[in-house]
Design a protein around this ligand. Structure first.
Ligand code: F6R
Length: 264
């Protein structure tokens, strides 16, 4: 695991965008896993800028969103469909038939969920998954006690998540369709972004705690290519901070491409 701690969210988001852009340039038909929520917004803004100013081309990219509230129409302003379109997809040249978001209005959710898994497989699997983290340690909407082997399914949201997300967007459903932890772990590369003091406890448990279903993000310790991009505030509860900084320094020397920088 690479734990990259940057001075603030703006700098961290630009680095995250650079890593996503490198992925798309290196493999133009990349399959990207997208998260909604506040955390990746500045990264999406930078990717939109790179598309506009630097010609970053998404025309062969496929996307799969992590999750969607269950019971909301696509058009509902609080749906993740609306959110990801407003904040990212509508501003880049991705083809609409290559964007996927779980259908929150499905009348047959079990079938919808297994078809979502099938579609990810048919696309060749996710090359790069972007994640945020909830205060409960959730990734996607895999709340505490989610099986570490879980697949895309309906999940009941925790009280904490309902409170956090209602503060941002008003009343929300109590249930969502989410990729499972098992689904997320199959992504070839994972970027987890976390900003702000409110995430510091979940971040410390994810990186340094035992692997446990009480913190879904701790399952990322089993992934072989995961990068955590944090701001200073989200890193405050990490016990081995100086070690992570040294690892990043050595990575800069020997494998700068892993950090989204080049030495030339
Ligand atoms: C969103 C998602 C969630 C969020 C998490 C953090 O698609 O899957 O796991 O990443 O709840 O939300 P923010 O970024 O709003 O703090």
């Amino acid at each position: 695991m690479l734990v990259i701690i940057r001075p603030d969210k703006a700098v961290a988001s630009i680095q995250a965008a650079k890593l996503v852009a490198d992925q798309v340039r290196h493999k133009p038909d990349s399959v990207l896993g997208l998260s909604t929520g506040n955390t990746p917004l500045a990264t999406y803004t930078e990717l939109i800028r790179m598309h506009r100013d630097d010609g970053l081309d998404f025309s062969n990219v496929t996307t799969f969103n992590l999750d969607e509230y269950f019971g909301l129409s696509r058009e509902h302003p609080q749906s993740f469909y609306s959110e990801i379109h407003k904040n990212f997809l509508d501003h880049i040249n991705v083809r609409s038939d290559r964007t996927h978001i779980p259908n929150g209005e499905s009348k047959a959710p079990a079938k919808t969920c297994s078809e979502y898994e099938d579609a990810i497989l048919a696309a060749g699997g996710i090359d790069l998954q972007i994640l945020g983290i909830g205060r409960t340690g959730h990734i996607g909407f895999n709340e505490p006690t989610s099986s570490l082997a879980s697949r895309t399914r309906l999940k009941t949201l925790s009280d904490e998540t309902i409170n956090d997300n209602s503060k941002i967007s008003g009343d929300i459903p109590e249930v969502a369709i989410t990729m499972g932890i098992g689904t997320i772990l199959e992504a070839k590369k994972i970027l987890l972004l976390a900003f702000g003091e409110s995430k510091s406890n979940a971040v410390a448990k994810a990186i340094e705690g035992p692997i446990s279903s009480s913190c879904s993000a701790s399952a990322l310790q089993m992934h072989r290519d995961v990068r955590f991009i944090l701001d200073e505030e989200a890193a405050t509860e990490l016990r081995h901070r100086s070690y992570y900084d040294r690892v990043v320094e050595q990575t800069k020397r020997y494998a700068p491409e892993l950090l989204g920088i080049t030495n030339d």
